[in-house]
Design a protein around this ligand. Structure first.
Ligand SMILES: NC(=O)c1ccc[n+]([C@@H]2O[C@H](COP(=O)([O-])OP(=O)(O)OC[C@H]3O[C@@H](n4cnc5c(N)ncnc54)[C@H](O)[C@@H]3O)[C@@H](O)[C@H]2O)c1
Length: 441
């Protein structure tokens, strides 16, 4: 559904009026396209104190942006704060960013690099945790479609593990992601960038559930763009829409209810060469306040959104269908973080996804060489949110740092980042794609 307010603030009289009334000023976001594959401008590389990781300059040089060391009008600023271990050291963060933050180009990116807060050193932990509050506040200040994130690299590690993450965050692909903290693992061998950067998933098969429409169709489209052979799964009742979507993308349609007892076997049969990327996107809502919620509404949401995800994941992993270096991406929601009236069932199922990802991620990596992550969408413009009553819809759209709803492609780009062959160090993470929503913040 068109965001008329965003259109209004894009006109001179609309901007004048809404500014006078003190209303939100959403900036149109620049997303990835063939014509605008990267940010326009340079990357300013700053350091607060001494770096505690190696290879930051090399990783930034492969980000796709020309790196500069002086001011100007950068499209992106990366501050290496991995060496900040004391409260006094936080002064270096201020000293580095204070003079340049105003010069960031509209739609720009700020990425702060930190390390994991230590359980053994409370001064280091305090200083590194401080960066989280800093980043979340700066995300609310920058405006003009700019975003701010914190990426934690294990101390003493190498920024090589962060390359796929930096490529994503420092590009138009992350337009609707802000105020996020991404904690990278001490990855085992991280493969280098793909042979064909335009098609990094070449040779991989990706299966997306709930792919007939909405976010799932966008995920299927972006994974196909990145070179994957895509299998689009949806309920048999949506067969026509599914086949249209699959035809458009050159994907294979698999009409199948993911809650079917033999769903994992049917998926395995459809991918004789194994599965490189499994995206659990299918989801339903059956909203009612708990006092009015019959057991069947509760059960169906838990079954589709959580139990079938647990079951098919276990069966496909145990059967070795998901190949080494494989990626599992599940779909949570900010409702699973913040909670929502009328959605005890839905929020429970989505919070369950977060539990699944955090617990299974490290074990799946150790036992199968597979990563497990989740996206947690905020307000995304789909048929589902178009049906929400006007005032609630407007509140959902504006109550975030970018003052607008996201698009299905924003979630899809995050899934594609998790799916990258060199995203090995990204594991057990839940990335909110919510424009830094105030809900659950
Ligand atoms: N739209 C949002 O703002 C938003 C916000 C947070 C999370 N999400 C989550 O993102 C995912 C996609 O949402 P959407 O807005 O595109 O929803 P949607 O309703 O447009 O699409 C969901 C798809 O899943 C399919 N599906 C449902 N049950 C299935 C089953 N048992 N087996 C196979 N397929 C099944 C549906 O047929 C449909 O095509 C869901 O998990 C949803 O909970 C969406």
């Amino acid at each position: 559904m068109a965001d008329r307010y965003l259109h209004l603030t894009g006109t001179a009289p609309g901007r004048f009026l809404t500014r006078r009334l003190g209303l939100p000023q959403p900036a149109p976001l620049r997303r990835w396209s063939l014509e605008t594959p990267r940010l326009e401008g340079s990357l300013l590389h700053l350091t607060a104190g001494a770096s505690a990781v190696t290879g930051v300059a090399e990783a930034l040089s492969r980000s796709g942006l020309p790196v500069v060391g002086d001011t100007g009008r950068p499209a992106a600023i990366v501050l290496d704060a991995t060496g900040v271990t004391t409260a006094a050291g936080l002064g270096d963060v201020h000293a580095a960013l204070h003079p340049v933050v105003r010069s960031l180009a509209p739609g720009g990116r700020i990425v702060v690099l930190g390390t994991v807060p230590s359980p053994d050193d409370h001064h280091q932990a305090a200083a590194q945790q401080a960066l989280e509050g800093f980043v979340r506040s700066l995300g609310k200040e920058t405006g003009r479609g700019s975003t701010v994130q914190l990426v934690r690299i294990p101390a003493g590690g190498t920024a090589r593990a962060a390359e796929s993450t930096l490529r994503f965050l420092l590009s138009p692909r992350s337009a609707y992601v802000s105020g996020q903290v991404i904690e990278l693992t001490a990855a085992t061998a991280t493969p280098g960038p793909a042979a064909d950067p335009a098609a990094p998933l070449t040779g991989r098969t990706a299966l997306v559930t709930g792919a007939a429409r909405g976010i799932g169709a966008a995920v299927a489209s972006v994974l196909a763009r990145d070179g994957a052979r895509v299998i689009a799964l949806d309920v048999p009742g949506a067969r026509e829409e599914l086949e249209r979507t699959a035809d458009r993308l050159g994907a294979t349609a698999l009409p199948l209810d993911i809650t079917a007892p033999d769903a994992a076997d049917r998926i395995a049969a459809a991918v004789p060469d194994g599965l490189g990327v499994l995206v659990h996107n299918a989801g339903i809502t059956r909203d009612r306040r708990l006092a009015n919620m019959p057991a069947d509404r509760w059960a169906s949401v838990i079954e589709v959104n959580l139990d079938s995800v647990l079951r098919t994941t276990d069966e496909l992993l145990d059967a070795g269908v998901i190949t080494r270096g494989g990626r599992i991406v599940a779909t949570a929601s900010i409702a699973g973080i913040a909670g929502n009236t009328g959605q005890t069932n839905y929020a429970a199922s989505k919070a369950g996804i977060i539990g699944l990802v955090r617990s299974l991620g490290p074990r799946a990596a150790a036992d199968h060489g597979v990563t497990v992550n989740a996206v947690a969408p905020g307000f995304i413009e789909t048929k589902m949110t178009a049906a929400v009553p006007l005032f609630i819809r407007e509140a959902g759209r504006r109550m975030n740092s970018l003052s607008q709803g996201g698009l299905p492609v924003d979630v899809a780009e995050a899934v594609a980042w998790f799916a990258q062959p060199d995203s090995t160090a990204v594991n057990g993470q839940v990335l909110r794609v919510c424009g830094q929503s105030l809900l659950g913040a």
